[in-house]
Ligand binder design. Structure first.
Ligand code: UDP
Ligand code: LCN
Length: 819
């Protein structure tokens, strides 16, 4: 929809709207009359558009209005609160940018209102008394970020590190005190008490500059590859320690880079310097819920991509750390610890073990710490939604174990998902360590109006605890790693996951007038990859894992129905439509099954194979999974799927799964990811890495991974007919021309190699650790003030919610205790 040319970006909507309403007064009165005709309610964009359409009969008038400013406003309105005679609009003209206006439907008068005013109006629909309570709890995290410059361009969102380098250089430039803080930062660099880069003799910027100059002249005279050890003693005379580089050439570059920064700080040299500074050796990564293991866990409840992501991430980060340490001229051992929950009743997995070395790494381990209560250790798996009462104690137990293992404190703590992020926040704030967070998925966006309707959701999902914990973690984090732009700021039409926490309210609990601002420079996009030794193209014949072929053949084609698979494929010559996911509602595997069942053309062209969850309700303890299992059985019955459809239980061997994707590619099949919403979607990049043409949901991360019609296809999970026809059209085209299939197979691979590899990720993540580590020191006062606010909020709000949850929950008692 084109915006009216009369609308200037500099005008606020509240300023421009009255004139636009005046120009279309007659139509707008009718439209607003429709909006208010049903009394008080919350209207979403779709309803607003429908009502607008219905209110106008004249086609020409309609087109004119829709193409004008008012059409643009209503198109950009995410939702509206109707409180007759008023309608309050939450308008999102651009990703990350929101404006709120209140229109009187009687006289079309317009008032610009604040986010807080809008939230109060919204609350009137759900909890009138609370909305009118002048002392209702209102939280404003933004007010504590005021001295941090923010990005302003929606297109720059997620490029925090680059922006941060600019902020740092101008701070160093403008304030001599900042330069002194930079010097203090350098003086504090050490490994186990041993100084790195400089020692205390260089206690002024001038002295440091002189030493750098002398050293640079000296190393310039050495052959480039002279090892640092050869001139280490000369360096000591000038107050310089190890850490500058492994060879004369590298040392010279680093010296020069710092000299440039001290002379006139600039973002390029500063970024380069922080990618070289030896500040990170020990990293703790929290991933608490589910079954965290290296084998036999994928597909178990709450156990999916996050586990895959973290294991691959650790391998990549360790490799990058080792490279950096070598290039710094140091010979020391970095350590990465994944800290997770120990589960005594571990269902045949290794999740009951305390310490496990991580395969394909040299120094990284999984450390498992149990959940303890006053009655002992918790024995069984606990749903991620029921985990909150255990976390505080867990954080304390973890702190002790970690410091024993690392013989000191970590240099960087990274949290994953709400539980891991909360524990990371508690620990980072206690130890004064740099903190990064990763969400994987923010639950608030998965369930419509889950904030407003939290009371309805709470018995099952405990969103009161979860959203509060998310707010604490996002705000205490020094940096946030996301997988896509979408995750932060969505797309033109849909707000991002983080963006939806900008201003929201949970009536009766807390009004977040500013929750998190996506223009904050803490946001960074670092997309994950897939392990390319496991997920490689089906065409690499010499690498193919043919030893798995008999088992895969049995899995796909045997006529037997057992615990592992049901349904069968009568015609082996047809290509396979393949999908693999946890059997959660949001993954929509049952949706795909239904689309296939209904679409005759698709059934003619191809078979459907899904790998998902368990096949029998009696074996599952997961509420959502049980519902989905039932649904799947009834769909098989309803659409008489046997002969065309194979349902395989969760598969845990990633090497075999890699070969499975490739075997599906051998049939000239496709991968389909039909989720109602997908935060990122590792299966999408796994399939693409194997050269399998991929159709993936347009809701969330996959919409960004795939360029529709170029490197794969988008499908609309809410429009099964359109989506299943899109897949059928593809097969139809391939039937006439097999090069069509190859075209998409190759284009998918090209896309992956360009943007989705772990090497790119690891480089960015370590640089974030260094650069934000310095920023937290430079910005110490603001950070401390915010930390105090967060601690109070944790103490007075989160703990209170946990106490309530504990009182109302029976989960704890259902878990047998280990003596
Ligand atoms: N997976 C698996 N077996 C299964 C289901 C999933 O190995 O039965 C793996 C899949 O290959 C991928 C991960 O689990 O590596 C799922 O990640 P994704 O990001 O697609 O979804 P999530 O489960 O994290 O929501
Ligand atoms: C969780 C999800 O739901 C997926 O979309 C991601 O791919 C996965 O974590 C890894 O980040």
């Amino acid at each position: 929809m084109a915006a009216s040319l009369s609308f200037k970006r500099s005008d606020s909507i509240a300023e421009s709207m009255p004139e636009a309403l005046r120009q279309s007064r007659y139509q707008m009165k009718r439209c607003f009359a429709r909006y208010v005709s049903h009394g008080k309610r919350l209207m979403k964009n779709k309803q607003l558009m429908e009502e607008l359409e219905k209110s106008m009969d004249d086609k020409v008038e309609k087109t004119k209005l829709m193409e004008g400013f008012l059409g643009y406003i209503i198109c950009s309105t995410q939702e509206a609160v109707v409180l007759p005679p008023f309608v309050a609009f939450a308008v999102r003209p651009h990703p990350g940018i929101w404006e709120f206006v209140k229109v009187n439907s009687d006289d079309l008068a317009v008032d610009g209102i604040t986010a807080a005013d809008y939230l109060k109006l919204k609350e009137l629909i759900f909890d009138e008394i609370w909305s009118k309570d002048e002392n209702a709890l209102e939280v404003d995290f933004g007010v504590l970020d005021q001295s941090t410059p923010h990005l302003t361009l929606p297109s720059s969102i997620g490029q925090g590190m680059q922006f941060m380098a600019r902020i740092l250089s101008s701070r160093l430039h403008e304030k001599s005190e900042s330069m002194k803080q930079f010097l203090d930062y350098l003086l504090a660099l050490n490994y186990r008490g041993e100084n790195l880069m400089i020692n205390s003799t260089l206690n002024t910027v001038n002295k440091l500059q002189t030493a750098l100059l002398l050293a640079e002249v000296f190393v310039s005279g050495l052959p480039k590859n002279t090892p640092f050890q050869k001139f280490e003693e000369r360096f000591e005379e000038w107050g310089l320690e190890k850490g500058w580089g492994d060879t004369a050439e590298r040392v010279k570059e680093t010296l020069n880079c710092l000299s440039e920064v001290l002379q006139a700080p600039d973002p390029v040299n500063l970024s380069k310097f922080f990618s070289r500074v030896p500040s990170i050796f020990n990293i703790v990564i929290f991933s608490i819920h589910g079954y965290f293991g290296q084998t036999d866990v994928l597909g178990l409840p709450d156990t999916g991509g996050q586990v895959v992501y973290i294991l691959d991430q650790v391998r990549a980060i360790e490799e990058e750390l080792l490279l950096r340490i070598k290039q710094q001229g140091l010979s020391l051992k970095p350590q990465i610890l994944i800290v997770t929950r120990q589960i005594p009743e571990s269902q045949g997995t290794k999740c009951n073990q305390e310490l496990e070395p991580i395969l394909d790494t040299k120094h990284s381990h999984i450390l498992r710490i149990p959940f303890k209560t006053d009655n002992g250790v918790l024995k069984n798996w606990v749903s991620r939604f029921d985990i909150y009462p255990y976390l505080e104690r867990y954080a304390q137990d973890a702190a002790n174990k970690i410091s024993d293992h690392l013989e000191g404190k970590p240099d960087l703590i990274i949290g994953n998902y709400t539980d891991g992020n909360l524990v990371a926040s508690l620990m980072a704030s206690k130890l004064g360590v740099t903190q990064g967070t990763i969400a994987h998925a923010l639950e608030k966006t998965k369930y419509e109006d889950s904030d407003m309707k939290w009371k309805e959701f709470d018995p099952k999902y405990h969103f009161s605890c979860q959203f509060t914990a998310d707010m604490i973690a996002m705000n205490s984090a020094d940096f946030i790693i996301t997988s896509t732009y979408q995750e932060i700021a969505g797309s033109k039409d849909r707000p991002g996951q983080y963006e939806s926490h900008y201003a929201f309210t949970m009536p009766g609990l807390c009004r977040f007038v500013s929750g998190i601002n996506v223009f904050h420079p803490k946001f960074n996009i670092a997309s994950p990859g897939a392990d390319q030794s496991v997920y490689f193209p089906h065409t690499q014949k010499q690498k193919r894992l043919t030893n798995f072929h008999p088992a895969i053949d049995e899995l796909l084609y045997s006529q037997v129905e057992n615990d592992e698979h049901i349904g069968y494929l009568a015609d082996k010559t047809k290509p396979i439509i393949f999908s693999m996911a946890r059997l959660d509602t949001v993954k929509n595997i049952s949706g795909l099954t239904e689309w296939y069942g209904k679409n005759k053309r698709l059934r003619e062209f191809a078979n459907l194979v899904v790998v998902a969850g368990l096949l029998d309700t009696s074996k599952s303890k997961d509420r959502e999974e049980i519902n989905e299992i039932k649904k799947m059985h009834s769909l098989m019955e309803k659409y008489q799927l046997k002969g065309h459809f194979r349902w395989i239980a969760a598969q845990t061997d990633r090497y075999r799964n890699g070969e499975l994707y490739r075997c599906v590619a051998d049939t000239k099949g496709v991968f389909v990811q039909p989720a109602l919403y997908e935060a990122f979607g590792l299966t999408v990049i796994e399939a693409m890495n194997c050269g399998l043409p991929t159709f993936a949901t347009n809701q969330g991360g996959p919409a960004e991974i795939i360029i529709d019609g170029v490197s794969g296809f988008h499908i609309d999970p809410n429009n099964g007919e359109e989506s299943s026809n899109k897949i059928a059209d593809f097969f139809e085209k391939c039937k006439g021309d097999v090069s069509y299939w190859h075209k998409f197979s190759t284009a998918g691979l090209v896309r992956i190699y360009e943007s989705y590899t772990w090497k790119i990720y690891a480089n960015k993540a370590l640089s974030m650790g260094a650069i934000y580590g310095f920023w937290r020191q430079l910005n110490k006062d603001e950070k401390q003030a915010k930390q105090r606010y967060i601690q109070m909020f944790y103490n007075l709000q989160f703990r209170n919610l946990v106490t309530k949850m504990r009182a109302s929950s029976t989960e704890a008692t259902q878990n047998d205790k280990v003596p």
